[in-house]
Design a protein. Structure first.
Length: 100
């Protein structure tokens, strides 16, 4: 499995949420609405995957079920975040990280 595209949309930070990401897997599957949060201790980021509430039940729309898949998605998103942060620090770019 290969993450072939990453898009990041930054949001006004609230309760640790800093952005939403989408990825394309193997040029065939689009996964969107992945929330990017700053870890509470400030040591990095974490991802949460979209859920839907129906009545009192919470259902996961999608999420990785194997560790290597989750790590591949994390690596792609966190790599893009690092790239965008370095561009913003250098004074280039806006709040839209665009496709990888």
């Amino acid at each position: 499995m290969k993450v072939t595209e990453v898009d990041i949309q930054f949001v006004k930070p609230k309760d640790g949420l800093i952005a939403f990401a989408s990825v394309v897997v193997d040029d065939q599957l689009y996964l969107g609405g992945i929330a990017v949060h700053r870890k509470l201790n400030g040591s990095g980021y974490r991802l949460t995957y979209p859920t839907r509430k129906v009545g009192t039940e919470q259902f996961s729309l999608f999420h990785p079920i194997r560790r290597p898949t989750g790590l591949a998605i994390e690596d792609a998103i966190f790599g893009k975040l690092k790239n965008v942060a370095s561009r913003l620090d250098a004074g280039h770019g806006g709040s839209d990280a665009g496709p990888a």
